[in-house]
Design a protein around this ligand. Structure first.
Ligand code: 13P
Length: 287
């Protein structure tokens, strides 16, 4: 059964580790992430962007697929199905379809409007027992058409959103979706420390987990990061493994073109990436 992310994130905050949110794109992604979480006894959050939601045939299709896998693969670790960077309307659609966790990304609205819309969603998600992530200060780069300028969040604005009673808060601290450019100056820990001070025990969310050096991940966790989002890194691992298979001509040998064979190296590569992240984030054996 899908669960809200609240309990797993509060436990991560208290235990000084982070739960990974891994974005899904299809059946292979979902199965690989769920099996890795189960094998490593780790709680996990499956992230679905609005673009990936459309690609997979809509939120109801995804809820059906994930619930089916939980039951038929005997997944017993806590799993949240989370809308990633949801629009206001998108949040309602995902809730209606059966998602157990929602992110409302109001970072592009003026702060008063972000507060007003987040307030409404705090009430509704609270009534339904779902977790809610809010965002202040946009995450840089592009993800599925959502483009952020990468501004650094204002700790006072973070406090006003945290005080509304959201479950978790994403605050921009120089993090970027996708690969980091060579001239990236790193995460702004000074601001993160101020956000932590302003928001108390609010579990903080680090987007753009792909390519952040280990030492920065650890420092982020020590400053209150309890959820780390990873998307691009699984895509890169999948693509690299699939390319190797094809470049070695394996799809042309025997029945190597069978999708179950063709997609297997990419599937295993996602599993390896997710395991590596769970170990780095410290969520192994926490379920
Ligand atoms: P990356 O694609 O950089 O890993 O970011 C993922 C993310 O933050 C999803 O919201």
């Amino acid at each position: 059964m899908l669960v809200s992310a609240k309990e797993m994130l509060n436990a991560a905050r208290d235990g000084k580790y982070a739960v990974g949110q891994f974005n899904i794109n299809n059946l292979e992604w979902t199965k690989a992430i769920l099996l890795t979480a189960q094998e490593n006894k780790s709680p996990v959050i499956l992230g679905v962007s609005e673009g990936a939601g459309k690609y997979m045939g809509g939120y109801k299709t995804i809820v059906g697929m994930v619930n089916g896998l939980l039951e038929e693969l005997n997944i017993t670790v806590p799993v949240a199905l989370h809308l990633d960077h949801g629009s206001y309307e998108g949040c309602f659609k995902a809730m209606e379809a059966g998602f157990s966790s929602i992110m409302f990304d109001g970072s592009h609205y003026p702060i008063a409007e972000n507060i007003a819309k987040t307030t409404e969603l705090v009430k509704i998600t609270g009534e339904k027992g779902l977790s809610l992530e809010a965002e202040v200060g946009s995450i840089g780069g592009e993800e599925d058409g959502v483009v952020g300028t990468g501004e650094v969040a204002d700790p006072a604005e973070c406090k006003s959103i945290a005080d509304l009673g959201v479950t978790m808060l994403a605050a921009g601290i120089g993090n970027i979706h996708g690969k980091y450019p060579a001239n990236w100056t790193g995460l702004n820990f000074e601001v993160l420390a101020k956000i932590k001070e302003a928001t108390g025990d609010m579990p903080l969310v680090l987007h753009g987990g792909t390519g952040i050096p280990e030492s920065m991940i650890k420092e982020g966790i020590s400053l209150g990061v309890a959820k780390i989002n990873v998307n691009t890194e699984c895509q890169l691992s999948f693509a690299e493994a699939t390319r190797k298979y094809i470049e070695a001509g394996k799809d042309l040998q025997s029945k190597g073109f069978d999708p179950r064979k063709l997609l297997a190296p990419g599937f295993e590569a996602i599993k390896a990436t997710v395991k590596e992240k769970m170990e780095l984030f410290g969520s192994v054996n926490r379920a």
